[in-house]
Design a protein around this ligand. Sequence first.
Ligand SMILES: [Zn+2]
Length: 317
Amino acid sequence: MPKTRLRLIHLLVAAALLPSAGCGGGESGTPASRTTKGDGPVHVVATTSIIADMARRIGGEHARVEALMGPGIDPHLYKASEGDVRRLGEADLILYNGLHLEGKMGDILTKMARSRPVVAVSEDIPRERLREPPEFAGQYDPHVWFDVSLWVTTIQPIVRELSTLDPAHAATFQANAAALEKELTELDAWVEQQIATIPPAQRVLITAHDAFGYFGRRYGMDVMGIQGISTLSEAGLKDMDRVVGSVVDRGVKAIFVESSVPRRSIEAVQAAVRSRGKDVAIGGQLYSDSLGAAASPAGTYAGMVRANVETIVQALR
Ligand SMILES: [Zn+2]
């Protein structure tokens, strides 16, 4: 490729990457002493909609669950508003992902933990099952929900906390958890079957940010995120070249935009591939760090996983 064209692609890529940031940063809260719980459902505030869905399933009618972040919100960049601080302050229990997903909420979670339990749902995951990719600069990859078998391990911490706050309904929480675990175990097997229907050469998942590492590891896809690191750097540009090169060399049919990340970086890849005389489709939108709208098929965790897998399989098969 001529040098000037390569430089032009770099500029396009730089413009695409500049205004947003990726994963990492921040402090995490620690569980503290418990507040005494009165009558009525346990009031749970979860950071992401994905966690809130798990708490709703386990708590059933004995939990009133809210999520701070709605559809399409990027948790890496999310800062608590004044209204959020008030909602957190009214919670009996606060659930967050941990592993630095909520990179800008560390201070507020630490503060809240002085007067109520603040629990990272990822706390039971054995550390050896966590990804520690070099591009995350010494931190674990927080996107654990994309390996369904790994996300199952977030069920028991939620059961424990709800049961401590509302011991009278502990058996119900445990029964709801057992049903959820069964459903997710079946979902995990279904995802594996679906991905296996994609021809091996096409099992490449190219997305806007590095959210799908656990998915690729569990279900056998090569995963490339364009925006793996939080700031623009030479490494970021090399990553973009690597991604464009892979699309061209492997004849990848489709790449994917994400619901919670601006689409311009994926469009920049598409433009760069076209400038090399090849074409790649945008295969649709994947839900990465938040669920879809409440009433939509992707409005639950299981529905989100199914929607993503259907989008991926349809575009690559
Ligand atoms: Zn993310």
